[in-house]
Design a protein around this ligand. Structure first.
Ligand code: F6R
Length: 614
């Protein structure tokens, strides 16, 4: 959470940084700020509570002339969102400014010590402690900024991606990372840094991803230098970015979320490309193929994830258990790490994360590796921490997801899990060649089928008007579609702020059924599958208690149609592929309800896309 960006070059730093902050706003948007090292030894720091546009407004009549600067968009951890708590933070003498993504866990200890030495603090943040500490060391040790940063980082415990500038040095930015992402962009006579590559993709495709414990020294007219905390120089590994600008723009849609929902036929195509081949007869997942023995001998698979990714992971459990006959456990990464996990070399841990930067999931990866398990990462963000810290893995290849509510990443994750399950089943002989080819053929048609589901858009928009003012919703599903119900409820909660509960439909009678009345609509995911008859009874139970029902059913359904108040028909696919189809009407329903309520769907309150704090 929080996004940081920096620029040093010959261009206008303010323009680059503000544009960069807009791109990073998905990481947090409760306040923003910028520090510019102006000609003549001036450090201009501007901050504003709220979104980046507020910062732009206050900067309108300010001197923003500079060719070096750093900026930040915040998701509050220590201290409420306010102008004062916004970054950049500066040292007491105004000599240094610093932006930070992460948390300094021992900040209280450091703050007390600095206060004893007479330091005064102005904000409630952990970050201010770091910049004061750097300045304190710099003055007392009479050392350079680089040395002071290195010494300070030896003293802090926690996670950080930081960038620091100095008032009297318009030619240097020092940046560092530990457990929070940081990437440097190398252009012609200009250097960028950011939490992800989106702020500089139009200027350069050359990127260097910093590793934990590394410090980048960005100096005008000098090549980038990367050192570790022991001052040893690291080899610079320049990667070529695959991202394009059009992926970062709304492309005519009113929001990123709607664009991303409608992109799903394309993103699924990208996700499948090169993996389901020979007209569907073969599935190749190189991360599985290259570690055959591990997958052949695995006794158990544990999938760790958070939020929407956890819902995709649950679907993964159904997929792998059905196709591969391997026991699968699905854990919230945040709980897994504190549950005294028991893992060994015959276990495979799959870490599932769109961003690849979720702190809890990264921590689970580290624990799993330390216990000898084979760790397989599934992520969307190329170059992010999870793919770099796992033994093997697969990207979902759905392109940058900017809307805070995950949509195309969810369907991409489910698709990748499906193909992984098929690849493992092929290795272990638990699916026949015919079964694989049968599924493979449908997978190749999924983009088209999703396109067809998206035609429900107008109907769902009209339907949403009836339910916009409901205060509570129940989402029900069974089997493969139970996690879809959880995901539908999460989508509604996070963007419309309506309370919604997802439940396995059969569990309803053990409690939640008490909630049902005319005021409480139920969304029931009930495609024609082997649990269909059972879910029909659940639909009846809701109806008998006066609840209104929106049902997602298979095209041609005649039973639920006669019970439910509204049906949304989706094409028939094999049961294991149905979540990719049934989740889409739920994405649209939550989208339109939130829009009807006037909510900002791309930046829902209190949320951030990349959760890099515990
Ligand atoms: C909800 C949503 C979140 C994320 C969760 C994990 O729409 O996006 O619940 O799924 O924060 O994020 P990743 O997948 O990046 O680890």
């Amino acid at each position: 959470m929080c996004g940081i960006v920096g620029y040093l070059g010959n261009g206008n730093a303010y323009d680059v940084l503000i544009k960069g902050l807009h791109r990073l706003e998905y990481r947090g948007y409760d306040s923003a700020g910028i520090a510019l090292v102006a000609p003549g030894g001036k450090l201009n720091v501007f901050k504003a509570k709220g979104k980046v546009e507020n910062l732009e407004t206050i900067c309108n009549d300010k001197d923003t002339d500079a060719s070096v600067g750093i900026a930040h968009t915040r998701w509050a951890t220590h201290g409420e969102p306010s102008d004062c708590n916004a970054h950049p933070h500066y040292s007491e003498d105004g000599n240094l400014a610093l932006v930070h993504n992460g948390t300094i866990e021992n900040y209280k200890l450091l703050k007390d010590a600095l206060e004893e030495h007479g330091c005064k603090f102005h904000s409630e943040t952990d970050t201010e402690v770091l910049v004061q500490l750097i300045e304190y060391i710099k003055i007392n040790n009479k050392c350079s900024l680089l040395e002071a940063v290195r010494e300070a980082l030896h003293q802090v415990v926690g996670a950080y991606a930081i960038a620091v500038v100095e008032k009297n040095d318009p030619d240097t930015i020092i940046a560092a990372r530990q457990s929070s992402p940081l990437v440097i962009g190398i252009g012609d006579d200009e250097t960028f840094l950011a939490s992800d590559a989106s702020p500089f993709v139009e200027y350069t495709k050359d990127a260097v991803y910093l590793n934990d414990g590394e410090i980048a020294v960005i100096r005008r007219n000098e090549p980038l230098k990367v050192l570790n905390l022991e001052n040893r120089e690291s080899k610079i590994d320049v990667k070529t970015l695959e991202m394009s600008i059009s992926q970062l723009e709304k492309g005519g849609y009113p929001s990123f979320m709607l664009k991303e929902i409608f992109e799903q036929p394309t993103t699924l195509r990208e996700c499948i490309r090169g993996r389901v081949v020979e007209n569907g007869q073969r599935v190749i997942i190189s991360g599985v193929r290259d570690h055959k023995e591990k997958f052949l001998n695995a006794k158990r698979i544990v999938i760790v994830a958070c939020g929407t990714s956890w819902h995709a992971a649950l679907i993964g459990k159904y997929l792998i258990q059905e196709m591969c006959h391997i026991a699968v456990e699905v854990e919230y990464a945040s709980e897994f790490r504190y549950s005294n996990p028991v893992l060994g070399k015959d276990d495979i841990v799959i870490a599932l994360s769109q961003s690849g930067e979720t702190a809890d999931t990264i921590a689970a990866v580290k624990i799993a590796r330390s216990m000898g398990a084979f760790v397989f990462g599934i992520s969307n963000a190329v170059g992010s921490s999870i793919p770099r810290e796992t033994d093997s893995g697969a990207y979902i290849h759905v392109g940058p997801e900017i809307g805070v509510a995950s949509t195309k990443a969810f369907t991409g994750q489910v698709m990748v899990l499906t193909m992984i399950a098929m690849a493992i089943a092929d290795l272990r002989g638990t699916l026949t060649a015919d079964e694989i080819a049968g599924l493979g053929k449908v997978i190749l048609k999924m983009p088209e089928l999703v396109e067809h589901v998206l035609k429900l858009n107008d109907k769902i928009e009209r339907l949403s008007l009836i339910y916009t003012y409901a205060r509570n919703f129940l989402y029900l599903g069974r089997g493969y579609n139970y996690p879809v119900a959880l995901e539908g409820a999460l989508k509604l909660k996070e963007i419309s702020y309506i309370h919604a509960e997802g439940y396995p439909a059969a569990e309803m009678k053990h409690g939640p059924i008490a909630l049902i009345d005319a005021e409480m609509p139920s969304v029931i995911v009930a495609p024609r599958d082997h649990l269909y008859e059972k879910i029909v009874s659940n639909v009846q139970q809701v109806k008998a208690r006066g609840g209104s029902i929106i049902a997602i059913v298979t095209e041609g359904d005649s039973v639920i149609r006669n019970i439910a108040d509204h049906v949304l028909e989706v094409p028939e696919v094999p049961e294991c592929l149905s979540p990719i189809i049934t989740s889409i009407p739920l994405q649209l329903l939550s989208y339109y309800i939130a829009i009807n309520k006037g909510k900002d769907v791309d930046m829902p309150r209190n949320l951030a896309k990349s959760v890099t704090v515990e």
